[in-house]
Ligand binder design. Structure first.
Ligand SMILES: Nc1ncnc2c1ncn2[C@@H]1O[C@H](COP(=O)(O)OP(=O)(O)OP(=O)(O)O)[C@@H](O)[C@H]1O
Ligand SMILES: [Mg+2]
Length: 509
């Protein structure tokens, strides 16, 4: 769930931010509910999700792209959304940067630009994230928001936000819709029951490793082969030339978009002082990317099934996200779902608009009701028949809120500490256990046990709950003593590292 808000110095604004892998978008509503899209340098509504780091200064967005030509030494970072929530760190000019810090630089720049233009201090905001983001990724986004100065960030799933925006503009639609959201890096499909009183999310499927960038990589490999043949190079020559590889990738994206409208496209790349021409056809692009579209269709079918529906009981598929313009996506969806109306809706701004509309509802009108489902399955590490695995307790695609309890016993007499390890995975309802290798450890809590503890006899109750927003908490009860653990508690910590990171983020231009 998510939303954005600001407390005005000069007016009342409710803000929603779509942090995309390629482009970020900010929308806001004013007191009377008029929705606007924030504009950036050169009047663009898309804020490039890129950062340029130099030994002295850092830049975000369009300025980062432009400054590349003026800096002697720089490091350029993009596509880090896929790394959010991981422990990945990159050492650049003696500083270890996390994806969270890079993302907060983008957020910071967007927020400061908005504040200056509207004379409005932005302290609360709704941030949209892919439905497929798990707990760690959501925490990372929250942390990025704090670092950027948002004191009260809220999270909404991108597909939920797109549905809110769609409903806002298509007031006559009531029914069951699939929001098919394909972005630059992530794919999400959400099945939603849109009714008079609000939105019931029935299921989510998706991948944070499936998006327009994967189309670019497929096309780049075709162009690369043509360049090798036409210029008389070897694959090794290309492997050794990172600048040429980058230019091929960017040509691939350009031709991918051109091929939406024409059957063939011609290009040329400067290789070793000579322009090497190549031609590329829509058929070649389609053949190279049909597998990618098939994956999205499989996930759409999985989501329809998880929602308890069939393709015949689905009323509409709403396409959002930049790559949804691709003709192959549309034609394959039409083939797969011949009885469902397929419609494209504001591919670039839908998510930010929906987040802004939701922000106003949360903070002012309370008019939008969303019932959501849990995005991931959560469980505890347990020993089953001598083998360690995850005992699943709360299942994804089940309506929130929910709670489950298990009883376990101490391993030894006078055991002093119980380790409770919380894992996340993609198990579907009914899969009782999942191997540790297919799960992700979120946190381990060390719970002190008090009172008389007897091996195999004392009962320890572990209750795991997910609230209406999908936030997980754990309660452990033993000998009438209760301990609660909150998975998200550490994001509020302020330590030296946090302050130093914040200092760096706030210097971004
Ligand atoms: N006309 C088009 N045809 C095909 N692809 C397009 C077109 N226009 C834009 N794209 C692709 O859309 C992608 C960017 O879309 P979008 O701005 O929705 O992504 P994002 O929000 O940054 O990513 P994500 O939602 O995954 O975080 C890029 O991969 C771009 O190449
Ligand atoms: Mg997006």
């Amino acid at each position: 769930m998510s939303y954005i808000i600001g407390i005005g110095m000069d007016g009342e604004y409710y803000v929603g931010i779509d942090l995309g892998m390629i482009n970020s978008v900010m929308a806001f509503t004013d007191a009377d509910g008029t929705i606007s899209i924030q504009r950036w340098e050169k009047g663009h509504t898309k804020f490039p999700s890129v950062v340029l780091l130099t030994p002295n200064r850092s830049y975000a967005g369009q300025l980062a792209l432009d400054r590349k030509f003026y800096e002697d030494r720089y490091h350029f970072e993009n596509c880090f959304k896929r790394m959010m929530g991981t422990t990945h760190k990159q050492r650049i000019y003696n500083v270890d940067y996390t994806p969270t810090e890079l993302f907060s630089m983008i957020l910071h720049k967007m927020i400061r630009t908005f504040e200056e233009e509207h004379n409005h201090k932005l302290e609360r905001a709704v941030l949209a994230v892919p439905a497929d983001f798990g707990d760690a990724e959501r925490e990372a986004v929250m942390k990025a928001a704090y670092l950027a100065g948002i004191k009260e960030p809220k999270i909404i799933n991108e597909s939920n936000a797109a549905a809110i925006s769609y409903r806002h503009d298509t007031t006559d639609f009531i029914g069951k819709a699939a929001i098919y959201d394909i972005g630059g890096g992530t794919f999400d499909v959400t099945i939603m029951d849109i009714h008079e009183n609000g939105f019931d999310v029935l299921s989510n499927e998706g991948s944070k490793f499936l998006g327009g960038r994967d189309w670019d990589l497929q096309l780049a490999s075709i162009i690369q082969k043509k360049i090798i043949a036409n210029a008389g190079l070897t694959p090794k020559d290309i492997d050794n030339d990172s600048d040429l590889r980058r230019r091929i990738l960017s040509e691939a994206e350009r031709h991918k978009i051109i091929l939406d409208r024409v059957d063939k496209s011609k290009g040329a790349l400067l290789v070793r002082g000579k322009y090497i021409g190549f031609e590329i056809s829509r058929t070649e692009l389609d053949n190279a990317t049909v597998e990618l579209v098939s994956k999205t269709i499989k996930m759409t079918n999985d989501a329809i099934r998880a929602a308890g529906l069939t393709p015949n009981t689905l009323d509409r598929i709403v396409l959002v996200g930049g790559p949804s313009i691709t003709p192959l996506i549309r034609s394959m969806l039409e083939n797969e779902f011949p009885n469902v109306e397929i419609t494209r809706y504001d591919p670039i701004h839908a998510v930010a608009r929906g987040a802004a509309i939701y922000a106003r509802s949360l903070f002012k009108t309370k008019s939008i009701k969303i019932r959501s489902v849990l995005n991931k399955t959560f469980g505890l590490k347990m020993g089953i028949d001598g083998e360690e695995c995850v005992c699943n307790l709360l299942y994804r695609n089940v309506t929130l809120p929910m709670s489950r309890e298990v009883v376990c016993r101490p391993k030894t007499d006078d055991q002093e500490i119980l380790d409770v390890a919380i894992y996340e995975n993609r198990a579907t309802k009914g899969e009782l256990h999942t191997p540790l290798t297919r799960s992700r450890l979120l946190n381990t809590f060390h719970i002190p046990l008090t009172g008389k503890i007897s091996r195999g006899r004392t009962k320890i109750y572990i209750r795991m709950s997910a609230d209406l927003e999908g936030l997980i908490s754990i309660e452990v009860e033993c000998n009438n003593k209760k301990d609660t653990c909150d998975l998200s508690s550490d994001i509020y910590l302020s330590n030296e590292e946090f302050s130093e990171t914040m200092r760096r983020v706030r210097m971004v231009q």
